[in-house]
Design a protein around this ligand. Structure first.
Ligand code: SF4
Length: 366
């Protein structure tokens, strides 16, 4: 790992430091939520994408085996001793599986912490923005009751502007990825530190790497686009690199699909809502297949990618439904695709390595 990255505090340290300063910490499930609103209440949002290395035995007693591993792991984690550090749990209505998890946590297995659902619209119309703004306003009231704080509009706006700065820096990292002195795994380690670092810490860290950007591209290998929910286990990037590939752009729910633009509205709730709806197309926000296909074709053209790897979470319905038509659209422009199934663990990735190597080798030799 790059020396400067080893200095990034781990989640546990960040959580401890935030709590020692008197703040609260929220465990937030994927994918879209208003970071700034939590920060306005001195709550640090820390995202749970699983987590990967959790024994899902407990969840098996409560969830069907055909629910995705991310939700299985999340239930086991939230109901286990390690989640004691969290003061609340937020569950965006990303998909039926997360909605099911939220119902279990609010009706059946009540964790120590309060659980707040966040409902998301499935479109980008004006009415969708207003719906989401109202949802954030309702969340404000719940956080107000929990914390006894009532941040003013100016205070919420200051938090929004800080997150918008971090979003801009995140976008800049993506634009300059091939000039940064980082291997693929380290680059994604840096991007994904946005999942738990306070925005200001993330900005500082990311800018230190942007300052080291070189003039020449460091990309070596077959350029590919990575699509999916979350690149876990992160050793995936080492396998891609060893097989001769390099990820030049992504359509990952935890990364590329969260390149939010500024909200452009003076009302704080509408501004946060519009920012989220400005993100690239996403199966979990109800984007049409055509929107997603157009976006992927654009990414292929802009990045020069020669192939697309769909790294799909097992039993992830929002993603699985889209694969056949998306692959058809990419085949029309002669972009080969491969689907690999993920269960978050190292053990689940190993059997797929051979097909990944064969896939990239065939294109490289073709
Ligand atoms: S991986 Fe798919 S099914 Fe699982 S929580 Fe994420 S979007 Fe939902």
């Amino acid at each position: 790992m790059h020396e400067a990255l080893t200095s990034i505090p781990c989640r546990r340290e960040i959580i401890r430091a935030h709590k020692e300063s008197g703040g609260r910490v929220a465990a937030v499930l994927p994918i879209h939520y208003p970071r700034a609103l939590f920060r306005a209440f001195q709550i640090l949002p820390v995202e749970l994408w699983g987590p990967p290395e959790i024994d899902p035995q407990y969840s098996k007693a409560h969830l069907q085996p055909y629910v995705c591993p991310l939700v299985h792991n999340a239930l086991s984690y939230i109901t286990g001793p390690e989640s004691e550090v969290f003061d609340l749990v937020a569950v965006p209505h990303t998909c039926d599986s997360l909605q099911g998890l939220c119902s279990i946590l609010t009706d059946l297995i009540l964790p120590r912490q309060p659980v707040f659902p966040i409902y998301l619209p499935r479109g980008r119309r004006e009415s969708d923005a207003q719906f989401l703004a109202n949802e954030f306003h309702a969340l404000y009231r719940k956080l107000e009751a929990l914390t006894s704080l009532s941040p003013s509009e100016d205070e919420v706006m200051a938090c929004i502007l800080r997150e918008e700065d971090a979003d801009e820096v995140l976008a800049e990292l993506n634009r300059k990825r091939k000039f940064l002195p980082l291997c693929q795994r380290d680059f994604y380690h840096l991007l994904r530190s946005r999942e738990y670092l306070p925005a200001e810490r993330f900005c500082e860290l990311a800018k230190s790497f942007l300052a080291k950007a070189e003039n020449e591209s460091r990309d070596k290998g077959l350029p590919i686009i990575l699509s999916g929910i979350v690149p876990e286990p992160m050793s995936l990037f080492e396998f891609i690199e060893r097989a001769g590939g390099v990820v030049v752009a992504d359509d990952l729910a935890c990364c590329g699909r969260r390149l939010y633009g500024p909200g452009e509205d003076n009302d704080v709730f509408r501004r946060m809502a519009k920012s989220i709806l400005s993100a690239p197309p996403d199966s979990t926000r109800g984007s049409s297949i055509q929107e997603r296909a157009d976006h992927m074709v654009r990414m292929v053209k802009m990045s020069g990618a020669k192939a697309v790897l769909f790294y799909c979470m097992k039993f992830c319905e929002p993603e699985l439904f889209g694969h056949p038509p998306l692959r058809d659209e990419l085949n029309k422009i002669n972009i080969p695709t491969l689907v690999i199934e993920s269960e978050l663990s190292e053990a689940s990735l190993n059997p797929s390595v051979g097909s990944l190597e064969l896939f990239l080798e065939t294109i490289l030799c073709g």
